[in-house]
Design a protein around this ligand. Structure first.
Ligand SMILES: Cc1cc2nc3c(=O)[nH]c(=O)nc-3n(C[C@H](O)[C@H](O)[C@H](O)COP(=O)(O)O)c2cc1C
Length: 363
């Protein structure tokens, strides 16, 4: 193996999770120990990526993954954010330096093993020490609020169903749902394969037929809402079937790009630690995303009924955590169970590596 250290690090780092498997990063390799991460923001407004926050979370997760992968090379990682351009953080300079005191972090093994499990999980409870390990992984600026008992999981399930109903009804979410699913697929390089979604084969067929046009979605919503909700009930069963829902709260409401990057690092450490404990996770990010739209007064849809629904969901979230909903930075369902049989893959490294973009200079 005569790959350079950065290539080995990037081959692991590419397994970082990103919203809808968008992989919003491109790598410019300077030499064996230096790279630039270029952030790829969505070209169009994505309803699930309010102010690019999901993109920045994924970038944070990437930085943590690279930092862990670097330990396997006996390296420390040094990070420098470039100055914002066009109001955005566009690039991050990364340098690795050899350090004989560095020990390989055991979480490195979990990087390729971590994956989303959207199917029902065991209802076995997490032990106190497992929850403690996850809290420790989150770090001192975050508190994990657990929803574990049956009544608590029912409460979370109702909240999830409410947000699912919103997202299936608003036209703004339709292009995302239509474009991110790869149909009849067990694996996908740059999207989510349908087999990795929650519904079974029959419901997937219905979903595919419905999603083929917005008119069909509207028809179903308007005239046979009940049929739509039957498939939603399955979502409900999945939401209930887990050991716990975790809500990660930050000590302060996040405001800056750096705050969201920091959240991404904490989330990835928690997720990898969960994997180490043989726990699977399904993120449930629609809950905090819709809540944040409401608190920022951003009308994310033209449908006023659905804006009201979102306001009601935000209120319920507030009652669950009994504090400002803006502090909720991550929500996910956790549980023991079988590994997913289908999963999102990643673009090959050759596609993620770019030559130097015009007009940008490295340090
Ligand atoms: C910021 C962020 C938000 C996400 N939100 C959701 C979500 O709401 N529901 C879900 O099922 N998966 C969610 N995911 C998981 C991604 O879809 C998943 O990481 C990606 O498709 C790659 O698949 P893998 O994690 O199994 O490797 C999210 C991931 C990130 C990083």
């Amino acid at each position: 193996m005569n790959e350079s250290p950065v290539i080995r690090i990037l081959n692991l780092a590419k397994w970082t999770p990103s919203g809808d498997n968008t992989q919003p990063w491109r790598f410019e390799i300077i030499d064996d120990y230096r790279i630039v991460v270029h952030i790829q923001y969505a070209q169009e407004i994505v309803v699930y990526d309010l102010n690019d926050q999901n993109t920045l979370l994924a970038i944070g997760a990437l930085l943590l993954t690279m930092e862990l992968a670097a330990t396997a090379e006996g390296c420390q990682m040094h990070v420098q954010h470039r100055q914002h351009a066009q109001g955005k953080l566009l690039a991050i300079d990364i340098r690795f330096s050899l350090d004989q005191t560095i020990q390989v972090d055991p979480l490195v093994l979990e990087i390729p093993r971590r994956a989303v499990q959207r199917r029902p999980l065991s209802m076995r409870k997490l032990t106190h020490s497992q929850k403690q390990s996850l809290q420790q992984a989150a770090g001192k600026h975050y508190t994990i609020h657990w929803m574990e008992s049956l009544p608590q999981r029912i409460r979370m399930t109702k909240l999830i169903l409410q947000t699912t109903r919103i997202r299936l009804r608003i036209p703004e979410a339709y292009p995302v749902h239509k474009s991110i699913i790869e149909w009849n697929a067990q694996y996908s390089l740059d999207r989510i394969p349908d087999a990795a979604l929650g519904p079974g084969p029959i419901n997937l067929k219905i979903m595919r037929a419905v999603l083929s046009s917005w008119e069909r979605v509207q028809f179903l919503n308007r005239y046979i809402g009940a049929a739509w909700s039957t498939s939603l009930q399955l979502d409900g069963w999945t939401a209930l079937s887990c050991g716990a829902h975790m809500l990660m709260l930050r000590d302060q409401k996040p405001l800056t790009d750096e705050d969201f990057i920091d959240i991404g690092k904490a989330v990835q450490r928690v997720w990898l630690t969960a994997t180490q404990l043989d726990l699977w996770q399904q993120p449930e990010m629609v809950i905090p995303i819709f809540a944040r739209y409401i608190s920022e007064n951003v009308p994310f849809t033209t449908l006023t009924d659905q804006l009201q629904e979102a306001a009601s969901a935000k209120k319920k979230l507030g009652e669950i955590i009994d504090t400002d909903t803006d502090r909720v930075v991550w929500v996910g369902r956790l549980g023991f169970g079988p590994a997913p049989t289908a999963r999102a893959l990643r673009l090959p490294l050759e596609k993620l590596i770019i030559s130097k973009p015009i007009g940008q200079h490295t340090l």
